[in-house]
Structure formats: structure tokens, C-alpha cells
Design a protein around this ligand. Sequence first.
Ligand SMILES: Nc1ncnc2c1ncn2[C@@H]1O[C@H](COP(=O)(O)OP(=O)(O)OP(=O)(O)O)[C@@H](O)[C@H]1O
Ligand SMILES: [Mg+2]
Length: 280
Amino acid sequence: MDMVTIGSITEAPGAAGAALPEAPTAVVGAAGAGDTAPPRAPAARTVDAVKVYGRGEAEVRALDGVTVDFEAGHFTAVMGPSGSGKSTLLHAVAGLDGLTSGRVFVGDTDLGTLGERRLTRLRRDRIGFVFQQFNLIPTLTALENIVLPLRLAGRRPDPVWVGEVVSRFGLDGRTGHRPPELSGGQQQRVAVARALANRPEIVLADEPTGNLDSRRGAEILSFLRQAVRELDQTVVMVTHDPVAASYADRAVFLADGRIVDELRDPTSDSVLDAMRVLGG
Ligand SMILES: Nc1ncnc2c1ncn2[C@@H]1O[C@H](COP(=O)(O)OP(=O)(O)OP(=O)(O)O)[C@@H](O)[C@H]1O
Ligand SMILES: [Mg+2]
């Protein structure tokens, strides 16, 4: 079986055709934040975030006072029922959508204090976003989509890194295709590759494995986890899948726009238990 590498890590990809394997127990390696490292400021956080859509009868409180820290160099899963505010929270953290009240910080920067240009620059330079609906540009090829954020930033793509992401995601031979010529799962992998192409400080991924079979899903999840361990990236991933959440260092649960629970070092069993309790 081929071995794949990110930085100094070498890991065998999941077995073909196997069920999505449970993530092994988290081991923070020497390259990650050591046990003795001083506490770090969160990579991003929200303070009493409220987002109201509509008015009167049609009013929806998509976020109803969310205060949450996303720790730097950690992998956080955001879970919760459909309509609980997961995408709204991710969009707010990325500065894609303003809040009704409350604040969002990326590092020390209060997004509410930024004008549109500085916000765009911060998003471009520091954040990689995987949209639930992919948001690929249909007239560009897969590769052009992947390197688009870099091009927009006037930066030259690192061909070794981009090549590694492309082949790790099984997109070799598909880079010249346009999104309408790709399967849903391939489009999703292009969307994830695009978010990782410039090695952003923070990756915000909205159900990045929702359209993938278990093997492809496992490849993307272990890639994200390695990015956290080896490249010290911060990943926040929305998922409905307890097995996907088990790749994270922490799972936070939303219901009706509020954080209602949190698990450290989640396993698929502990996530399922929490979902049962919250659902009941
Ligand atoms: N643009 C909008 N206008 C009005 N209501 C909206 C808008 N976007 C989201 N909502 C509402 O806000 C609530 C939260 O939506 P959100 O997309 O954040 O949910 P979610 O947890 O991501 O759900 P899913 O798991 O289905 O993706 C929902 O009730 C939704 O209908
Ligand atoms: Mg959503």
C-alpha cells in the first residue's frame, strides 16, 4: 500500500473498502503543542454570538448566545441536529456573515471592527473554508478551483504541496475537469483541497465528508488531523457523523442555536451517547 506524507509524518491510508475506521486514540506528538507548553490564545472565538434571521412570525434565532473558544492547534467537531445553527456559526467565525449581536475574534482581531477590505484579506490569508454546498466555480477546472484563493492573494501555489493534496484526495486525473464533470464526492474533495491549498491558520469545514464513502472520508479526516498535528493548523469541522467526530480533539454540540454539551477526546461511542441524551 502506498504511504503518504505530510511534513515528517508517514501514515498508511485506510484500508480500501473498509468501514470508516475509528480514529486511534489521540497522541499529541513532539511536533504538536507539548504538555508543558503555556496556554495559547484561541485561534478563534465567539462571545455571546446571536444571529437572527427574519422578523416577527418568521423570526429564527439561528444563534442564540454562543460563546465558544476554538483552541489553536486543535481539531474541534461541531455537531447538532439539522437547523441547530452549525453552518451559521461557521460562517460567522469566517466573517462570511455578520452577527445580529455579539462578537467574533480570529486571533486577537475582532471581526466587527474590520471594514470589508480588511475582512476579505483576513479571510483570504488566514482562513480556509469548505462550504456545505462546495461553492466551486463551474467554469474553472478542478485545479484552477483549488489554487484560486492563492491566485486571488497574488501568491504562487506550492506545486509540491498542491500535488500532495491532489493525490492524497484521489484527484489525480481529475484536475482538468470542471465541477459539472465531477461526481459529488469528487467536487467535495476539490472543495476541501481548495481550503487547504494555502495552508491556512484555520480551516473551517462544513460537513467535509458528507458526500464521501467511508474510505475517502477517512482519508480526508486523517489528513485534517495530521494538518493539526504536523502543521499546527486549527480545524473546526461540522459533522453529523460520530465516527468523523472521533477524529477531533473535542466535540461541541449545538441545539436551537446554543451550545448544550461538549466532549474532550470524543470516541464514536461517547458521541453517540451524547447524541442520545440530547435527542431524548
Ligand atoms: N439565510 C437565511 N434566512 C433565514 N433563515 C435562515 C437562513 N440561513 C439559515 N437559516 C435558519 O437558521 C437556522 C440554522 O441554520 P443552519 O444552516 O445554521 O443550520 P445547520 O445546523 O447548519 O443545519 P444542517 O445540519 O441542516 O446543515 C435554521 O432554522 C435555518 O432555517
Ligand atoms: Mg449546515
